[in-house]
Design a protein around this ligand. Sequence first.
Ligand code: UD1
Ligand code: CA
Length: 472
Amino acid sequence: MESPLTIVILAAGLGTRMKSRKAKVLHQAGGKTLVEHVVDTALELTAPASIYVVVGHQAGEVRNTLASRGVQFAEQTEQKGTGHAVLCCESVVRERTGRVVVLYGDVPLLKACTLRRLIELETRSAAAAAAISTFLDDPTGYGRMLRNERGEVVAVVEEKAASTEQRQIREINAGIYCFDAPLLWKHLHDLRPDNPARELYLTDMVEILNRRGHSVLPLVVDDSSELLGINTRVELAAVDRILRQEKVRQLMLDGVTIERPETVTIDSQVQIGMDTVVEAFTRILGNSRIGADCRIGAFSIVSHSTIEDSVLVLPYTIINTSHVETGTQLGPYARLRTENYVEAGAHIGNFVELKNTRFGKGSKASHLAYLGDSVIGEKVNIGAGTITCNYDGKKKSQTRIGDGAFVGSNSTLVAPVEIGEGSYLAAGSVITHAVPPNALAIARGKQLNKEDWARRRREGTLRAPDANIENS
Ligand code: UD1
Ligand code: CA
């Protein structure tokens, strides 16, 4: 029979070495906060009701970040060490039997399969606890594992308290433990702040359990990159790089072509379909979904957006919180700012900006336009330089353009305004009133040609008032 499993995640520290006003566990790597990585790993092993996150620094933000996961919380108002943090959830967790796994919120690459091995090691043996260790070429900053002749761990000595010989030990404590629950709660109160930092170190539990005649077993993990703890921004960048590499590798194995994969940034939740090509230096972020047979051009940024199959995104295009249907072509240098819906087969060309706009099937805006708060029908042609004047300084208004309308170049559409289907707007028009379906609208100054004016000006024979260009 499987014994119950409780997971406690320590996430209350500020992280002084990050030199940040933001709590360390809220910093991001691979597009997710550190604490989200750890919680998501925990969720692979047990239900949210059995996961307790100890919060302190910016507790509100940490709770908000994790709200959708449905996990439990405990407060550590003063950060008096990792042992003290576990004590802070004793009252809520103590009732639970079985095993307690303790994880640190700043060790984000840990895999669920490694945790399963740790739990199995502890469960199958008579040991009171098991802890993950690994051998590092440079163990600086980590606690070191002290072993007895039977290979069990008898103590963890922190860097600050370690003797010169102990600092030579390359086997480090990863900060991941599986405890027999009753023994943990029985002895946790024996922790004493007898160290230079005057904190209660969870790592001292190893020595305490040994003194009471219990053994602690190490699980040595060969791939130490999985156990990287983040204390500085340099380590944050290293973990981010590992997560990005894993993501692009998985996408390539699933049939996505990625050019120069070391240059692209793809968040962990992103999905991309088969035979899509992702060019160098692109960023695909958040919960974006990209279909099959697409091409995402170099230096493009796609965030929180859905792109259906067979879409061509040319270089330097920015797409944010938008939906793009199949067979469309965007860019180069297009910007879908927020909340746009582009229907099938449409073309959005260079230096065209869309905001809160629905752009109809097969319609085209090939160059230099701003379309904001607008609803554009099917097979509409938007000429170069078209501007929707959606803002009067106080409120935003809508522009509606019917199917098959032709909007001449450099048209100014003063919203709210409605352009009827099949109508034609003369280039350079300032449209302030509704245009009926199938009409031609011309709204601009009439042209006047003054014969010979330029030649006479050159010769100096123009008489006033014609000589003054302003009056001409
Ligand atoms: C800790 C271990 C060390 C191990 C290393 C692995 C201790 C005493 N030392 O050191 O042996 O090699 O992790 O990465 O445990 N936290 C709280 N409340 C506190 C203090 C810390 O919630 O009062 C949380 C932090 O938010 C962090 C985690 O515990 O997520 C680890 O704390 P940190 O100060 O980074 O410990 P290390 O010095 O790295
Ligand atoms: Ca740490």
